[in-house]
Design a protein around this ligand. Sequence first.
Ligand SMILES: Cc1ncc(COP(=O)(O)O)c(C=O)c1O
Length: 458
Amino acid sequence: MDIASLIKNRASETYDLHRRYVNPQFVRVLEVIGFNRNYCTAHGARLIDEKGREVLDFLAGFGVFNIGRNHPLVARVLQDMLNCSGPSLVQMDVGVISGLLAEALAAIAPGDLEAVFFTNSGAEGVEGALKFARQATGRHKVVYCKRAFHGLTLGALSVNGNEEFRSRNEPLLPGCIPVPFNDLDALEAALSGRDVAAFIVEPIQGKGVFVPDDDYLPGVRRLCDTYGALFIADEVQTGFGRTGRMFAVNRYDVTPDLLVVSKALSGGYIPLGAVITKREIHSKVFDCMDRCFAHSNTFGQNDLAMAAGLATLHVIEQENLVERSARMGEYLMNGLKELAGRYELLHQIRGKGLMIGMQFGAPRSFTLNTGWKLLHKMNEELFCQMITIPLMEKHHILTQVAGHGLDTVKILPPLIIETADADRFLGAMDRVLKDAHRFPGSAWTTVKDLGLRTAKTA
Ligand SMILES: Cc1ncc(COP(=O)(O)O)c(C=O)c1O
């Protein structure tokens, strides 16, 4: 079998294959917004499509490619690993490489977190953390935040604060209590019955990129200690340098009881995640030999994922990517704030490091405001497409809308971006914003037509 020829020969059928066998609705979305390019190769922060066009990737596979795409060191380590013909997944044995990755994770994890459970995804890590918390405390209730995103399996969905994901799945797990993010009084009220197993929170919320006040996470730590609840920090998205620190909790100088990581850990090559917890919590779950598999999975410790994890951590350290994320993030935030001062549709820039949200809102000028209102009346989700579509179509930059009904566009570039990439993005944003501030104008007509087309084909 020649996989490269197979891919090349059948590339023209990509969208038909997905329409027929995978997810036709997603294919329609890509076609409608003009994101249906056939990408052939990728390096670092760049994707190359079949026409040879280079797209600047400011999405990084939803935060998977912190070290950039196809990093040569991780690729070489994976090839070496394959050449070793190693004894992966013996199951009734333990491997050296998973021990080494666990050691490396414990070394960078905050405080005394050192017991590692490997997973295949972020949601699986959240499931594990919820189970560990329930077993370790003997309680079943879990407090979570409104707008939280922790994955889409049923347990993770039960602590997901977004109606669009929860609906059609209820009833979900009992005893899951929502509280507003960044509200310590509400958290205290929810924990004060002393019957809650855990509070789960993203240190910086991914949907909409909401950053808490500086005293929030230290306050969470204090309240969890006071009421005997465990503190689960979901750093699936914020981990491994994304926010300008190795983990976002480092910024607030707090140690959670359980830390969930995934996404960037394997350099984007292989599904991988981990729950890193205190030994005393782990020991309460795995408390005797009969319970050595009290929670387990089949593929968690596979050698290729472990090798990719070790190589990725090496790259993050060697290339100073945490520091670079902080530096480039500040550069981009400053540039975007300058644009927000000049363009009235752009209200606020939120974020830390290279996790940045651009919040749009109603403009003051009368005509532009009329456009804003008309568009929102037609469809609450449309406005951000006026930013993401031209960024892709005219400037070849891939970005995403940050959540339903939020009017926020989000960027999550690889941490390896250079000043020239940031300048290219800021220049493109300037031009896109200029077009968006002309009402009536072609930018508004394009999204209005898009709204009409989607309404007709819904
Ligand atoms: C904070 C957070 N937790 C959990 C998840 C779920 O991860 P996965 O998609 O790997 O299941 C995500 C995914 O975006 C996430 O951002």
